[in-house]
Design a protein. Sequence first.
Length: 153
Amino acid sequence: MNISKNRLKEFDKPDEREWQAQEQAMRDERLGIAAAGNDAPDAHYRTIARALREPPMEALPEDFARQVAGLAVVRAPLSRDATGFERLMLNLLGVALAMSGVVALAMYGNEAIAGVDERIVRWGLLLAVCAGLSWSVDVARRFFGRDGRMRHA
């Protein structure tokens, strides 16, 4: 990296000043020292320090997590999953990508493969065939109504 140490120290100065202001506000609040001037960040940090020192007003209900999860489900957008149109477009884009790859391989394949070791090409093709077979079996299961889930006897 081409940044001098002095330049790096300049980046750290605002963070250091911010941290010092937070610590000073915590110290002043703990000792009960009145705020000097009306420095907005200092007043903000003192408010936070005051809130952190006080115990919570009431304990959380026992089913708090369940209530929050219920609210999240209710407020979540209804169409989180891809709709039929989105799924169709994704499939079409995937097919277009695959077709463009085949066309590019047909046009430039010999030049591209010439510099690559023959064993790597063979293993790559074997991997592609295995992935294609795996994908086609999955598609066939869904097409014939079998989701592939294990059933208990």
